[in-house]
Design a protein around this ligand. Structure first.
Ligand SMILES: NC(=O)c1ccc[n+]([C@@H]2O[C@H](COP(=O)([O-])OP(=O)(O)OC[C@H]3O[C@@H](n4cnc5c(N)ncnc54)[C@H](OP(=O)(O)O)[C@@H]3O)[C@@H](O)[C@H]2O)c1
Length: 258
Protein backbone atom coordinates (compact mmCIF):
# COMPACT_ATOMS: atom_id res chain seq x y z
CA UNK A 1 0.00 0.00 0.00
CA UNK A 2 1.43 3.41 -0.91
CA UNK A 3 0.70 6.83 0.53
CA UNK A 4 -0.62 9.54 -1.79
CA UNK A 5 -1.40 12.19 0.83
CA UNK A 6 -0.45 14.12 2.91
CA UNK A 7 2.98 13.49 1.35
CA UNK A 8 3.65 10.72 -1.19
CA UNK A 9 5.95 8.25 0.49
CA UNK A 10 7.12 4.69 0.73
CA UNK A 11 5.28 1.82 -0.98
CA UNK A 12 4.84 -0.18 2.21
CA UNK A 13 2.97 1.99 4.67
CA UNK A 14 2.87 0.67 8.23
CA UNK A 15 -0.90 0.47 8.75
CA UNK A 16 -0.63 0.10 12.50
CA UNK A 17 1.31 3.32 12.69
CA UNK A 18 -0.89 5.15 10.19
CA UNK A 19 -4.15 4.28 11.95
CA UNK A 20 -3.19 4.09 15.63
CA UNK A 21 -5.49 6.17 17.83
CA UNK A 22 -3.55 7.73 20.68
CA UNK A 23 -5.41 7.78 23.97
CA UNK A 24 -6.91 11.27 24.12
CA UNK A 25 -8.61 10.68 27.46
CA UNK A 26 -12.06 10.00 26.06
CA UNK A 27 -13.81 7.53 23.79
CA UNK A 28 -13.12 7.73 20.04
CA UNK A 29 -15.44 6.16 17.47
CA UNK A 30 -14.14 5.17 14.08
CA UNK A 31 -16.46 4.09 11.27
CA UNK A 32 -14.94 1.42 9.04
CA UNK A 33 -16.68 1.10 5.68
CA UNK A 34 -16.13 0.16 2.05
CA UNK A 35 -18.01 1.63 -0.91
CA UNK A 36 -17.89 1.17 -4.67
CA UNK A 37 -16.79 4.08 -6.86
CA UNK A 38 -20.50 4.81 -7.44
CA UNK A 39 -21.21 4.92 -3.71
CA UNK A 40 -22.75 1.50 -3.05
CA UNK A 41 -22.15 -0.05 0.36
CA UNK A 42 -23.36 -3.46 -0.82
CA UNK A 43 -22.76 -5.73 -3.79
CA UNK A 44 -25.28 -8.58 -4.02
CA UNK A 45 -26.47 -7.68 -0.52
CA UNK A 46 -23.06 -7.92 1.14
CA UNK A 47 -20.01 -5.75 1.73
CA UNK A 48 -17.57 -8.55 0.92
CA UNK A 49 -17.96 -8.22 -2.85
CA UNK A 50 -16.56 -4.68 -2.65
CA UNK A 51 -13.45 -5.63 -0.75
CA UNK A 52 -10.02 -6.83 -1.88
CA UNK A 53 -6.82 -8.15 -0.27
CA UNK A 54 -5.48 -4.77 0.88
CA UNK A 55 -8.88 -3.76 2.25
CA UNK A 56 -9.11 -7.03 4.16
CA UNK A 57 -5.61 -6.41 5.56
CA UNK A 58 -6.60 -2.91 6.69
CA UNK A 59 -9.86 -4.24 8.18
CA UNK A 60 -7.85 -6.75 10.22
CA UNK A 61 -5.45 -4.06 11.45
CA UNK A 62 -8.31 -1.78 12.50
CA UNK A 63 -9.95 -4.66 14.34
CA UNK A 64 -6.61 -5.42 15.94
CA UNK A 65 -6.38 -1.88 17.35
CA UNK A 66 -9.92 -1.62 18.73
CA UNK A 67 -11.24 -2.06 22.27
CA UNK A 68 -14.64 -3.05 20.89
CA UNK A 69 -16.24 -3.73 17.50
CA UNK A 70 -19.71 -2.24 17.17
CA UNK A 71 -22.11 -3.69 14.57
CA UNK A 72 -25.79 -3.69 13.71
CA UNK A 73 -27.62 -7.00 13.97
CA UNK A 74 -28.33 -7.18 10.21
CA UNK A 75 -24.62 -6.92 9.41
CA UNK A 76 -23.88 -9.61 11.98
CA UNK A 77 -26.50 -11.91 10.42
CA UNK A 78 -25.76 -11.19 6.75
CA UNK A 79 -21.98 -11.26 7.07
CA UNK A 80 -22.06 -14.32 9.37
CA UNK A 81 -20.00 -12.73 12.12
CA UNK A 82 -17.92 -14.90 14.42
CA UNK A 83 -16.01 -13.49 17.38
CA UNK A 84 -12.65 -11.86 16.75
CA UNK A 85 -9.80 -14.32 17.28
CA UNK A 86 -6.49 -12.45 16.98
CA UNK A 87 -3.29 -14.29 16.04
CA UNK A 88 -0.70 -14.89 18.75
CA UNK A 89 1.41 -12.02 17.33
CA UNK A 90 -1.55 -9.65 17.42
CA UNK A 91 -2.36 -10.66 20.99
CA UNK A 92 1.23 -9.85 21.98
CA UNK A 93 0.97 -6.55 20.08
CA UNK A 94 -2.22 -5.69 21.94
CA UNK A 95 -0.84 -6.70 25.31
CA UNK A 96 2.22 -4.49 24.78
CA UNK A 97 -0.10 -1.51 24.28
CA UNK A 98 -2.27 -2.23 27.29
CA UNK A 99 -5.22 -3.55 25.23
CA UNK A 100 -7.26 -6.62 26.11
CA UNK A 101 -6.39 -9.89 24.40
CA UNK A 102 -9.18 -9.49 21.84
CA UNK A 103 -11.92 -6.91 21.20
CA UNK A 104 -15.48 -8.09 21.95
CA UNK A 105 -18.14 -7.60 19.31
CA UNK A 106 -21.00 -5.43 20.52
CA UNK A 107 -24.20 -6.03 18.55
CA UNK A 108 -27.03 -3.51 18.49
CA UNK A 109 -30.45 -5.14 18.21
CA UNK A 110 -34.11 -4.27 18.69
CA UNK A 111 -35.54 -7.78 18.26
CA UNK A 112 -32.72 -9.69 20.00
CA UNK A 113 -33.26 -12.25 17.24
CA UNK A 114 -29.77 -13.70 17.46
CA UNK A 115 -28.95 -17.38 17.79
CA UNK A 116 -27.05 -18.04 21.05
CA UNK A 117 -25.42 -21.03 19.30
CA UNK A 118 -24.02 -18.86 16.46
CA UNK A 119 -20.28 -18.36 15.94
CA UNK A 120 -20.59 -14.83 17.25
CA UNK A 121 -21.12 -16.31 20.71
CA UNK A 122 -19.29 -19.62 20.46
CA UNK A 123 -16.19 -18.92 18.34
CA UNK A 124 -14.77 -16.03 20.27
CA UNK A 125 -12.02 -15.01 22.64
CA UNK A 126 -13.80 -12.06 24.25
CA UNK A 127 -17.36 -12.46 25.53
CA UNK A 128 -19.65 -10.57 23.12
CA UNK A 129 -21.90 -7.71 24.15
CA UNK A 130 -25.54 -7.38 23.12
CA UNK A 131 -26.94 -3.85 23.25
CA UNK A 132 -30.71 -3.62 23.34
CA UNK A 133 -33.60 -1.60 24.82
CA UNK A 134 -35.93 -1.98 27.79
CA UNK A 135 -38.85 -3.40 25.82
CA UNK A 136 -36.88 -6.12 24.06
CA UNK A 137 -38.49 -9.61 24.20
CA UNK A 138 -37.50 -10.87 27.63
CA UNK A 139 -37.23 -14.57 26.70
CA UNK A 140 -34.62 -13.71 24.05
CA UNK A 141 -32.82 -11.35 26.41
CA UNK A 142 -32.62 -14.15 28.99
CA UNK A 143 -31.22 -16.61 26.42
CA UNK A 144 -28.60 -14.13 25.17
CA UNK A 145 -27.58 -13.21 28.73
CA UNK A 146 -26.24 -16.78 29.04
CA UNK A 147 -23.68 -16.16 26.28
CA UNK A 148 -23.13 -12.39 26.24
CA UNK A 149 -22.92 -9.31 28.43
CA UNK A 150 -26.14 -7.34 28.07
CA UNK A 151 -26.41 -3.57 27.90
CA UNK A 152 -29.80 -1.87 28.01
CA UNK A 153 -29.79 1.60 26.49
CA UNK A 154 -33.09 3.21 25.53
CA UNK A 155 -36.79 2.57 26.06
CA UNK A 156 -38.17 1.28 22.73
CA UNK A 157 -34.98 1.21 20.70
CA UNK A 158 -31.29 1.62 21.41
CA UNK A 159 -30.17 5.16 22.07
CA UNK A 160 -26.72 5.20 20.45
CA UNK A 161 -25.33 7.94 22.70
CA UNK A 162 -26.34 5.99 25.80
CA UNK A 163 -24.95 2.79 24.29
CA UNK A 164 -21.58 4.38 23.55
CA UNK A 165 -21.50 5.88 27.05
CA UNK A 166 -22.14 2.42 28.51
CA UNK A 167 -19.23 1.02 26.47
CA UNK A 168 -17.00 3.90 27.67
CA UNK A 169 -17.96 3.10 31.28
CA UNK A 170 -16.53 -0.38 30.69
CA UNK A 171 -13.25 1.20 29.60
CA UNK A 172 -13.95 0.55 25.90
CA UNK A 173 -12.55 3.73 24.40
CA UNK A 174 -11.45 2.77 20.90
CA UNK A 175 -14.69 1.87 19.17
CA UNK A 176 -14.61 0.51 15.63
CA UNK A 177 -18.09 0.78 14.15
CA UNK A 178 -18.29 -1.71 11.28
CA UNK A 179 -21.78 -0.67 10.13
CA UNK A 180 -24.09 -1.34 8.62
CA UNK A 181 -25.35 1.87 7.11
CA UNK A 182 -28.43 2.06 9.34
CA UNK A 183 -26.33 1.81 12.50
CA UNK A 184 -23.58 4.12 11.28
CA UNK A 185 -26.07 6.84 10.34
CA UNK A 186 -27.37 6.85 13.94
CA UNK A 187 -23.85 7.10 15.33
CA UNK A 188 -23.24 10.09 13.04
CA UNK A 189 -26.64 11.61 13.93
CA UNK A 190 -25.72 11.36 17.61
CA UNK A 191 -22.58 13.35 16.72
CA UNK A 192 -20.39 10.53 17.98
CA UNK A 193 -18.49 9.66 14.80
CA UNK A 194 -14.94 10.96 15.25
CA UNK A 195 -13.29 9.30 12.31
CA UNK A 196 -14.19 7.49 9.09
CA UNK A 197 -11.98 4.92 7.42
CA UNK A 198 -13.50 4.64 3.97
CA UNK A 199 -12.23 2.27 1.32
CA UNK A 200 -13.27 3.23 -2.21
CA UNK A 201 -13.40 0.09 -4.29
CA UNK A 202 -12.65 0.33 -8.04
CA UNK A 203 -16.07 -1.02 -9.01
CA UNK A 204 -19.32 0.35 -10.41
CA UNK A 205 -22.28 -1.66 -9.20
CA UNK A 206 -25.32 0.46 -10.16
CA UNK A 207 -28.70 -0.60 -8.80
CA UNK A 208 -30.13 0.78 -5.58
CA UNK A 209 -27.72 -0.42 -2.93
CA UNK A 210 -27.49 1.34 0.43
CA UNK A 211 -24.88 4.06 0.78
CA UNK A 212 -22.55 3.97 3.79
CA UNK A 213 -25.08 5.99 5.83
CA UNK A 214 -28.76 5.14 5.64
CA UNK A 215 -31.04 7.13 7.90
CA UNK A 216 -32.06 10.61 8.86
CA UNK A 217 -30.69 13.60 7.00
CA UNK A 218 -27.75 15.06 8.92
CA UNK A 219 -28.59 18.71 9.37
CA UNK A 220 -26.18 20.40 9.16
CA UNK A 221 -24.00 17.85 7.33
CA UNK A 222 -21.05 16.59 9.36
CA UNK A 223 -17.86 18.18 8.07
CA UNK A 224 -14.83 15.96 7.63
CA UNK A 225 -11.15 16.61 7.15
CA UNK A 226 -9.08 14.31 4.95
CA UNK A 227 -6.11 13.14 7.02
CA UNK A 228 -4.56 10.36 4.95
CA UNK A 229 -4.91 8.77 1.49
CA UNK A 230 -3.40 5.39 0.67
CA UNK A 231 -3.67 3.38 -2.55
CA UNK A 232 -3.29 -0.23 -3.55
CA UNK A 233 -4.38 -1.93 -6.81
CA UNK A 234 -6.74 0.99 -7.62
CA UNK A 235 -8.39 0.79 -4.18
CA UNK A 236 -8.31 4.11 -2.29
CA UNK A 237 -8.09 4.17 1.49
CA UNK A 238 -9.37 7.47 2.84
CA UNK A 239 -8.98 8.42 6.47
CA UNK A 240 -11.30 11.26 7.43
CA UNK A 241 -11.43 12.99 10.81
CA UNK A 242 -14.41 14.96 11.96
CA UNK A 243 -13.49 18.58 11.33
CA UNK A 244 -13.03 20.75 14.38
CA UNK A 245 -12.87 24.52 14.23
CA UNK A 246 -9.68 24.37 12.13
CA UNK A 247 -11.10 21.77 9.78
CA UNK A 248 -14.17 23.88 9.19
CA UNK A 249 -11.95 26.76 8.20
CA UNK A 250 -10.08 24.50 5.76
CA UNK A 251 -13.33 23.39 4.12
CA UNK A 252 -14.53 26.99 3.93
CA UNK A 253 -11.23 28.07 2.31
CA UNK A 254 -11.67 25.33 -0.28
CA UNK A 255 -15.22 26.48 -1.01
CA UNK A 256 -13.91 30.03 -1.41
CA UNK A 257 -11.22 28.79 -3.79
CA UNK A 258 -8.27 29.88 -1.64
N1 LIG B 1 -19.97 -1.38 2.89
C1 LIG B 1 -19.69 -1.66 4.13
O1 LIG B 1 -18.62 -1.33 4.64
C2 LIG B 1 -20.69 -2.42 4.96
C3 LIG B 1 -20.47 -2.58 6.33
C4 LIG B 1 -21.41 -3.29 7.07
C5 LIG B 1 -22.53 -3.81 6.44
N2 LIG B 1 -22.70 -3.64 5.12
C6 LIG B 1 -23.90 -4.17 4.45
O2 LIG B 1 -25.01 -3.41 4.91
C7 LIG B 1 -26.15 -4.26 5.00
C8 LIG B 1 -26.66 -4.27 6.43
O3 LIG B 1 -26.73 -2.97 6.90
P1 LIG B 1 -28.08 -2.30 7.44
O4 LIG B 1 -27.81 -0.85 7.48
O5 LIG B 1 -29.23 -2.81 6.65
O6 LIG B 1 -28.22 -2.90 8.89
P2 LIG B 1 -27.34 -2.78 10.22
O7 LIG B 1 -27.10 -1.36 10.55
O8 LIG B 1 -26.18 -3.69 10.15
O9 LIG B 1 -28.34 -3.44 11.25
C9 LIG B 1 -29.64 -2.94 11.40
C10 LIG B 1 -30.21 -3.68 12.58
O10 LIG B 1 -29.51 -3.29 13.74
C11 LIG B 1 -30.40 -3.13 14.81
N3 LIG B 1 -30.50 -1.70 15.12
C12 LIG B 1 -30.00 -0.66 14.42
N4 LIG B 1 -30.28 0.49 15.07
C13 LIG B 1 -30.95 0.15 16.18
C14 LIG B 1 -31.49 0.89 17.26
N5 LIG B 1 -31.39 2.21 17.34
N6 LIG B 1 -32.12 0.21 18.24
C15 LIG B 1 -32.22 -1.12 18.20
N7 LIG B 1 -31.72 -1.89 17.20
C16 LIG B 1 -31.10 -1.24 16.22
C17 LIG B 1 -31.71 -3.70 14.35
O11 LIG B 1 -31.55 -5.10 14.60
P3 LIG B 1 -32.75 -6.16 14.79
O12 LIG B 1 -33.24 -6.41 13.40
O13 LIG B 1 -32.10 -7.35 15.40
O14 LIG B 1 -33.74 -5.52 15.67
C18 LIG B 1 -31.67 -3.38 12.86
O15 LIG B 1 -32.53 -4.19 12.10
C19 LIG B 1 -25.69 -5.63 4.56
O16 LIG B 1 -25.95 -5.75 3.18
C20 LIG B 1 -24.20 -5.58 4.80
O17 LIG B 1 -23.53 -6.48 3.97
C21 LIG B 1 -21.83 -2.94 4.36
Amino acid sequence: MRRLLPLPGADDVDLDEAYWLSDVGHQQVRGVMVASADGAAQAHGRAGGLSGPADKALFAVLRGQADVLLAGATTVRVEGYAGEQPTADRRDWRRARGLSEAPPIAVVTRTCDLDPAAGLFTETVARPIVITHRQAPQHRVAALAEVADMITAGEQEVDLSAALDALAERGLRRVSCEGGPRLLSQVAAADRLDELSLTVSPLLVGGSALRILDGALLEPPTRLRLADVLEDESFLFLRYLRAGADGEREVQDEVNGS
